[in-house]
Ligand binder design. Structure first.
Ligand SMILES: Cc1cc2nc3c(=O)[nH]c(=O)nc-3n(C[C@H](O)[C@H](O)[C@H](O)COP(=O)(O)O)c2cc1C
Length: 176
């Protein structure tokens, strides 16, 4: 039997530990979700790679939100949020939606809903969600949301985030 050598997550050097943990987490590939709403007539949103489907009955999804987010208090205010699963080709849009001190929605095409959720055009899927609970988990909150209505475009490939880079998906069948 071969033994795998693992290092302690806490070595005592906080900066080094954080950078190693960041690299470790980035090994796990995810999609990219834009979580957006209209507040006081203005579009508001963030990008979250922590988006995860959670439950079928009831339909629940989750995102993890940093405590230091300055956008979240405004974004979560009335509990209704739009989740757009971003598509291949949306890397620049993701960077813009996550940037500080810019108009995150400049040049983007988006749609509002009656519930105040905001959806981005040309995404792979759209979920109209309502926050049902929020659990403190270290430096993030795990936010559970009930999916009230949804749509998807199965012809569109999702954007992938892996090793801190945006990537596109290649189906195993497409490999030569
Ligand atoms: C690829 C990517 C993934 C991100 N995922 C998350 C996430 O899962 N949770 C989160 O709270 N912020 C995440 N962020 C950060 C937010 O999108 C956004 O940049 C941040 O909330 C901006 O700060 P503000 O809330 O103070 O405006 C991510 C950013 C990028 C670029």
């Amino acid at each position: 039997m071969h033994m795998l050598t693992l290092s302690q997550v806490s070595s005592g050097d906080a900066e080094r530990d954080a950078s190693r943990l960041r690299r470790l987490y980035s090994r796990y590939p995810t999609g990219v979700a834009a979580v957006c709403a209209v507040r006081d007539g203005q579009p508001v949103g963030i990008v979250a790679t922590s988006f995860t489907p959670v439950s079928m009955e009831p339909a629940l999804v989750s995102i993890c939100v940093q405590h230091i987010s300055t956008t979240w208090p405004q974004l979560s205010r009335d509990g209704h949020l739009g989740v757009s699963v971003l598509a291949e080709g949306h890397a620049d849009m993701s960077r813009q939606l996550a940037a500080k001190n810019v108009d995150r929605f400049a040049g983007l095409t988006w749609f509002g809903s009656d519930s105040s959720a905001l959806f981005l055009a040309d995404a792979a899927a759209w979920l109209d969600c309502k926050i049902v609970s929020s659990i403190t988990a270290g430096d993030h909150n795990v936010v559970l949301m009930e999916v009230k209505s949804a749509a998807c475009d199965e012809t569109v490939s999702p954007l992938i985030f892996h090793d801190s880079r945006f990537r596109s998906m290649l189906a195993d069948d497409d490999r030569t």
